[in-house]
Design a protein around this ligand. Structure first.
Ligand code: ASP
Length: 340
């Protein structure tokens, strides 16, 4: 049996910081990964690491970096059994969602992790996150990877990446997946919940890298002004808008609002409806306040997260021209991001 091999891709973020001789935090040198974390040798895997240059705080991550990560995976797809991406937690859910759509026919684990405290701090959560992410990326059954999807591992829990939200800026428990159960948990043992994990399709990896950023998000709130929404709807180059609505997909029924959306839709804008809640689904038509959205052609994103809806639109808009095809593709599950 060949030795299991894992590629670490360090993009930046808190996790990769260690203390130098003077006690200041500096980026970890992944070329010396075994010197920095000697315990890794006990895993008996072949581990290679590459770092982004320059390293990027995840608030500065852009679609170009998602494509870069995807190309690294594609270029080394035959060389490794799994991939661990070290990434700042701030935009981790966006990256995980985007990669789940960019990496078509993914049949290997891509485990994204980070930490709230740097690896160089005594109380770091990074060491546990990092080592478990490697173990999960390496896990196989009958020579087939156990988790062939894009995931986030954080504080003992493995989430489907495109279902997550960062909901806490301080706690080690920083992520939540309101609409999908855990894929695995680590305690004394690593416990995989196989019934929740996507099955491999054994097809050839196919990247979708033509992302179109002509998208936007608007979170409605009581007291929103007509001029505010009108100026957003008039944004040049805007092709699709994620409307973050109340509860099960409701919005104000004011005429200026509904008429404004309707005119924009008639001119070709795609508007998708995502709930502001962390859990639950959009159900347009359940209340009068969402029925009108349905009637004017707003598309339900059902239980998709905002990050998933947004990044999925970027990927689809990059490939499809006609709104009918874009909407058909958007409402179809790609990588377990929407309940069927
Ligand atoms: N600002 C940092 C980042 O997202 C926080 C972290 O690493 O978690 O890159």
């Amino acid at each position: 049996m060949a030795q299991t091999s894992i590629l670490i891709i360090y993009t930046g973020g808190t996790i990769g910081m260690v203390k130098n001789e003077k006690g200041s935090l500096v980026p970890f040198n992944f070329a010396q990964i075994y010197q920095q974390i000697p315990e890794l040798q006990k895993l008996h895997y072949r581990i290679e690491a590459i770092s982004f240059d320059p390293l990027i705080d995840s608030s500065d991550i852009m679609p170009e970096q998602w494509v870069e990560m995807a190309h690294i995976i594609q270029n080394r797809y035959e060389d490794f059994d799994g991939y661990v991406i070290l990434h700042g937690s701030d935009t981790m859910s966006y990256t995980a969602s985007a990669l789940s759509f960019i990496l078509g026919n993914l049949n290997k684990p891509v485990i994204i992790t980070g930490s709230q405290l740097p690896l160089g701090e005594l109380r770091t959560d990074g060491r546990e996150n990092f080592i478990n992410a490697i173990e999960i990326a390496a896990a196989k059954e009958d020579e087939t990877p156990l988790v062939p999807e894009v995931c986030i591992y954080f504080e003992n829990k493995l989430f489907r990446g495109n279902r997550t939200y960062k909901y806490n800026a301080e706690n080690f428990k920083a992520f939540v997946s309101g609409n999908y159960p855990l894929l695995a948990e680590s305690g004394v043992y690593l416990k995989f919940y196989k019934e929740n994990i996507l099955k491999p399709n054994f097809k050839k990896l196919k990247l979708h890298t033509q992302l179109d950023t002509g998208v936007g998000i608007i979170k409605i709130f009581p007291g929103m002004q007509a001029s505010f929404i009108h100026s957003i709807l008039a944004t040049k180059g805007l092709r699709a808008l994620v409307l973050e609505s109340f509860g099960s997909g409701n919005a104000f029924s004011k005429d200026w609002f509904i008429d404004g959306l309707q005119t924009a839709i008639q001119k070709g804008l795609i508007i998708v409806n995502v709930t502001q809640c962390i859990g639950g689904s959009v159900e347009m038509g359940k209340y009068e306040t969402s029925r009108r959205l349905l009637e004017i052609g707003v598309v339900s994103a059902k239980d998709m997260t905002t990050a998933s809806a947004l990044t999925k639109l970027m990927v689809i808009l990059g490939e499809e021209k006609h709104n009918k095809d874009i909407i058909a593709s958007f409402t179809r599950p790609w990588a377990g991001e929407i309940s069927e």
